[in-house]
Design a protein around this ligand. Structure first.
Ligand code: ME8
Length: 498
């Protein structure tokens, strides 16, 4: 049986269109999914949309639409954006789908029946745009510590989930598994939080007087489910839990949740406890990456400083955008988005290194061998090819495997670019025109043949990162001949960028 891979993104709120931040997590997940497929895994790659709650309701009202009509209109635009970015998800879950609602209600009923939910009064400071309750200590000057907007004081009768009961269990669970929450900074953050604070029971409902746009509690018609409790369950409702046992049993034990660090606590504290209470294991791994910032601020819909990925794609191309996001900033660290750095990567890594290698190799094959791919004679290869190039080429797949196992996209790309750099240097050092002049035919043939082999290896390994570029390179290298196309990445003149 093939190895299974289950990779997820957060399900995004649909109160606006996806911006760079959303595309970042989704592209990273796509890269991992594609890589695992390439290696023969059975992959289930899930993304989707978080459609309930006050925030989405408000966006619908602002547009004068019913929430259902509003979400039905916006979902196709999410799917279009993902299609444009070459995202190969296997499933797209919407929290308004019956398959999801059934699973959420199953969770609620089971927790209620086993006495984990109780009714009580709730009072707190609530931030509507963020859908989060804050304590007075957190909401200094009555402002949301995250988006800095005013919070509202709310008091209401609700259902609570006794999460504090599972606190000690969670601490040991995290301590015993160094790879459960990553990177280490995030793991430590969660551990410190759990060790220094006693968890407050989690309010899992909203009274319908205040909010009707949500999933009804099966045991209380006057309440809907708190949007986070609803949303987290998508990761198992999409696998058909509790009815589709085979799919669930195959993919759940290997679940990798990619998220941003903004939603770490929901994923690393609430979610494992919800699962434990239901009798399920936590996901295999939660990886929280950093934030893309513009002008020192997190890019976010509530701050209104978003950059639309589709505009950048129109200007630079999909693969350039994907490459930049995955190459520029370590997965886990914050990064600042700027067009100037994107163009630097474009002109350096893509035009000078990769584009140039493809173009000059194919040009030489055209010129010296009439576009036929020549034979490779081991004995005619020079020491650089034998000692530098071939070992790098042979080790590349396992290097990329190891890098992506760690979600270290940069390390994967660096390994590929190490081979590209080595091949470019090989061309410069070998001086093929001399081989031609001296009629060293076997040497020249082997020289071109080994470079073609490098290009094939590069095309294969960059596919998860840059699928269109991989296809363009492969299309120029047929089994026995090359057919050179235009340069892949014509240099951009920085002066001409707006
Ligand atoms: O939180 N930099 O949805 P959301 C990097 N519906 N990543 C960013 C980012 C930025 N500036 N801004 C957003 C929600 N992201 C919930 C999730 S999951 C069960 C429910 C990415 O639309 C990042 O992955 O606010 C972040 O965690 C997510 O989008 C938040 O998306």
């Amino acid at each position: 049986m093939n190895k299974a891979t289950y990779v997820t993104t957060p399900i995004y709120y649909v109160n606006g269109l996806p911006h760079i931040g959303h595309s970042y997590t989704t592209i990273a997940a796509d890269c991992l999914a594609r890589h695992r497929r390439l290696r023969g895994d059975d992959v289930y790659f899930l993304t989707g949309t978080d459609e309930h709650g006050q925030k989405v309701l408000k966006a619908a009202q602002d547009k004068g639409l019913s929430p259902q009509d509003f979400v039905d209109q916006i979902i196709p635009r999410f799917k279009e954006a993902w299609k444009k970015l070459d995202i190969t998800y296997d499933d797209f879950i919407r929290t308004t789908e019956p398959r999801h609602i059934e699973t959420v209600q199953y969770f609620l009923q089971k927790l209620f029946d086993q006495g984990d939910l109780y009714r009580g009064e709730y009072e707190g400071l609530y931030c509507v745009p963020c859908e989060v309750f804050w304590t007075e200590k957190q909401a200094l000057e009555n402002l949301c510590p995250d988006c800095k907007r005013p919070v509202e004081k709310l008091k209401e009768s609700n259902y609570f989930f006794k999460i504090s009961k599972y606190q000690d269990w969670l601490i040991s669970y995290i301590k015993e598994r160094p790879d459960f929450i990553r990177p280490d900074t995030r793991r430590n953050e969660v551990l410190v939080f759990l060790e220094e604070n006693k968890l407050n029971d989690l309010c899992v409902s909203r009274p319908k007087q205040r909010l009707t746009w949500g999933i009804s509690l099966p045991f209380s018609p006057d309440h809907v489910t708190y949007v986070w409790f609803d949303a987290l369950i998508n990761y198992v409702s999409a696998l058909g839990f509790p009815t589709k046992k085979d799919k669930f049993d195959k993919f759940w034990p290997v679940a990798i949740h990619l998220i941003g660090k903004d939603i770490l606590r929901q994923h690393a504290v609430f979610w494992p406890i919800m699962l434990k209470a239901i009798g399920l294991n936590p996901p295999f791994m939660i990886f929280a990456h950093g934030w893309w910032q513009v002008n020192e601020e997190k890019m976010s819909k509530s701050r209104g400083n978003v950059i639309n990925p589709l505009d950048l794609i129109d200007e630079f191309g999909i693969d350039v955008y994907r490459y930049f996001l995955l190459r520029e900033v370590p997965f886990g660290s914050d990064g600042v988005f700027s067009k100037v750095s994107l163009i630097k990567r474009f002109n350096g890594d893509l035009a000078n290194d990769l584009g140039n290698l493809v173009y000059r190799t194919l040009t030489m094959a055209e010129k010296y061998f009439d576009s036929k791919i020549p034979e490779l004679y081991e004995e005619a290869l020079d020491p650089i090819a034998l000692k530098e190039l071939s070992p790098r080429m042979n080790a590349l797949p396992s290097k990329v495997d190891a890098a992506l196992e760690n979600l270290d996209f940069i390390a994967g790309l660096v390994a590929i670019w190490d081979l590209i750099g080595c091949a470019n240097k090989y061309i410069e050092d070998t001086k093929p025109w001399n081989l031609k002049k001296e009629s060293k035919t076997k040497e020249l043939e082997s020289f071109i043949a080994v470079l073609i082999a490098v290009l094939r290896a590069v095309a294969r390994e960059i596919e998860p990162f840059m699928p269109q570029t991989a296809a363009l390179i492969s299309a120029q290298i047929k089994p026995d001949r090359v057919s050179k196309g235009a340069p892949l990445f014509p240099r951009i003149d920085v002066q001409h960028v707006n």
